[in-house]
Design a protein around this ligand. Structure first.
Ligand SMILES: CC(C)(COP(=O)(O)OP(=O)(O)OC[C@H]1O[C@@H](n2cnc3c(N)ncnc32)[C@H](O)[C@@H]1OP(=O)(O)O)[C@@H](O)C(=O)NCCC(=O)NCCS
Length: 152
């Protein structure tokens, strides 16, 4: 796919985008949370897409189709000015066209408007290319945690 053919648009997510985002999310192997929960439930995505002061959710369209998304939650209750970037994803065949960077920039712009100046992410330790992406975006790796889980 050549870049010339791609008309990229970054815009705020709408409720009607949830199905497309969900499909990308569940099919993307890198996004699996854990054994039980593969991705956000549609209801959660609808919550993200609803206009709320603590959610920031953008989608990327390429030639009119949704091919990527990013969302973050502003953690205001205990840490003013702090956001958790929950997921950034671009469909594999649309990667390396700058879409991830455009989504990240749109997210930062919106977060800064809302007086957020600190963003935290969780990186999957084995995803070297993703870690490289974030490193190049200026993220410094600090602590390493292990995701542990059980049924109760
Ligand atoms: C991480 C991710 C979102 C990046 O998306 P992307 O759209 O490929 O991002 P960009 O195109 O902006 O940048 C990726 C690379 O392409 C390069 N690039 C950007 N535009 C380019 C262009 N026009 N031509 C060639 N290369 C280009 C960038 O310099 C960058 O280079 P690098 O591989 O050396 O780091 C994507 O790989 C992904 O969805 N990964 C799986 C999900 C994931 O792990 N998400 C993070 C968890 S929160």
């Amino acid at each position: 796919m050549t870049e010339k053919k791609l008309k990229i648009k970054i815009r705020k997510a709408k409720l009607s985008d949830v199905n497309a985002v969900y499909k990308i999310g569940v099919e993307m192997k890198e996004l699996g949370f854990s054994g039980k929960y593969k991705f956000h439930q549609k209801a959660e995505l609808k919550e993200f897409a609803a206009p709320k002061k603590d959610n920031v959710f953008f989608v990327a369209e390429a030639n009119g189709r949704i091919v990527g998304f990013v969302y973050a939650k502003i953690i205001d209750w205990s840490r003013p000015g702090w956001a958790m970037l929950d997921n950034l994803a671009v469909k594999e065949e649309y990667r390396k066209h700058g879409i991830g960077t455009h989504l990240t920039c749109a997210l930062y712009k919106e977060l800064k408007k809302r007086k957020v100046h600190y963003v935290q992410i969780l990186e999957e330790i084995h995803h070297k290319s993703t870690r490289k992406f974030w490193k190049e975006k200026g993220f410094k790796e600090t602590k390493v945690f292990v995701w542990a889980e059980r049924n109760i």
